[in-house]
Design a protein around this ligand. Structure first.
Ligand SMILES: NC(=O)C1=CN([C@@H]2O[C@H](COP(=O)(O)OP(=O)(O)OC[C@H]3O[C@@H](n4cnc5c(N)ncnc54)[C@H](O)[C@@H]3O)[C@@H](O)[C@H]2O)C=CC1
Ligand SMILES: O=C([O-])CC(=O)C(=O)O
Length: 313
């Protein structure tokens, strides 16, 4: 019996739960929200698609009842506010730090062995906060950002190349912020061919820039931040853990010297399996990429420092 809880049944959380159910990633998916009846209603709505879509996962909704989340294998935290057009993710820290910290503590009471996937923004800082306030081993606290950013990178590459996005490989490391993301253009390929051989440097730079502001672009179009790809990316991370797929996915994890950094959570490629982070993969970066990574880490640390100002750490 595998069980996944998704906290926050808003746009991202409900989409994540829906993808988890549709793909039968777990036997049971529990959604929990503070808004009375919303999780229950969305769970019932999803269960009424089971016969149409042919899945057997049970989806349960509850209003702030952590007992129902007991013994989850994986818990996804999406609770908190999303940004509005013109805002940065970092501006959400004041409201979201308190929400994420209390949710993480409640979760741990009922699922002491759970692996926690943090989605709420600013995600790298919320991951760091969860790790510091729960004191769990670092393999069990995983921030989701790189899976989404990499999927956007592959989308923009496929648009530029005029090809199928499923035939493109690419990774985004660094912080999950408009200016901190590092799409690794040098390592991106189409059917094994470096994209730098297929696109001009100028075009490739455009793809990198579009990827970095991918979330902001959608926020401007939608009036709130995106949810289809974020929800699916959350489910993708959960699936690699629950099914021990050992996929290499960039995730925000606690570094202790890897990539020359320590005491922060930031996006680097990891192997995701039944223990959460099975391994941190150290890529050989160029001097220029190393410099970008150091700048990104400094910015994430700057946001982490604000956790003290808002009284969360
Ligand atoms: N890491 C990533 O790649 C991404 C992160 N996000 C972040 O995910 C978060 C959620 O975004 P959306 O789903 O669009 O927002 P939303 O507003 O649609 O949903 C958030 C839900 O959290 C609930 N909530 C608030 N406090 C709670 C608490 N204490 N316990 C349980 N539930 C609580 C709200 O009632 C609401 O239903 C935002 O912080 C957003 O910035 C969004 C997209 C991608
Ligand atoms: O843009 C936002 O605020 C939400 C998010 O993290 C994303 O979609 O990448």
């Amino acid at each position: 019996m595998s069980k996944v809880t998704v906290v926050g049944a808003g746009n991202v959380g409900a989409t994540c739960a829906n993808v988890l159910a549709f793909n039968e990633v777990a036997d049971e998916v529990v959604m929990l929200d503070v808004k009375e009846g919303v999780s229950e209603g969305k769970a019932m709505d999803m269960m009424q698609t089971a016969q149409l879509l042919g899945f057997d996962t049970t989806v349960v909704g509850c209003t702030n009842d952590y007992a129902q989340t007991a013994n989850s294998d994986v818990v996804v935290i999406t609770s908190g506010i999303p940004r509005k057009p013109g805002m940065t993710r970092e501006e959400l820290i004041g409201v979201n730090a308190g929400i994420v910290k209390s949710v993480a503590q409640n979760i741990l009471k009922y699922s002491p062995n759970a692996i926690i996937v943090v989605i709420s923004n600013p995600m790298d800082t919320m991951t760091y906060l969860s790790l510091k306030s729960l004191g769990l081993p670092k393999n069990r606290i995983i921030g989701m950002g790189g899976a989404l950013d990499s999927s956007r990178f592959k989308y923009f590459l496929s648009q530029a190349l005029g090809c199928n996005a499923n035939e493109v490989e690419g990774m985004v490391i660094g912080g999950h912020g408009d200016t901190t993301m590092i799409p690794l253009a040098r390592l991106a390929t189409y059917k094994g061919i470096p994209v730098s051989k297929l696109l001009s440097a100028e075009k490739l730079q455009e793809v990198v820039a579009s990827t970095m502001v991918g979330g902001a672009t959608l926020t401007k179009l939608l009036g709130t931040s995106a949810w289809y790809a974020p929800g699916a990316a959350g489910a993708f991370v959960v699936e690699s853990i629950i099914h021990n797929q050992c996929k290499m996915v960039p995730c925000s994890v606690y570094l202790e010297g890897e990539y020359g950094e320590s005491d922060l959570c930031i996006g680097v490629p990891v192997i995701l399996g039944k223990n959460g982070i099975e391994k941190i993969v150290e890529l050989e970066l160029t001097a220029e990429e190393k410099e970008l990574f150091a700048k990104s880490a400094a910015a994430v640390k700057g946001t982490n420092a604000a956790l003290k100002e808002v009284g969360a750490l």
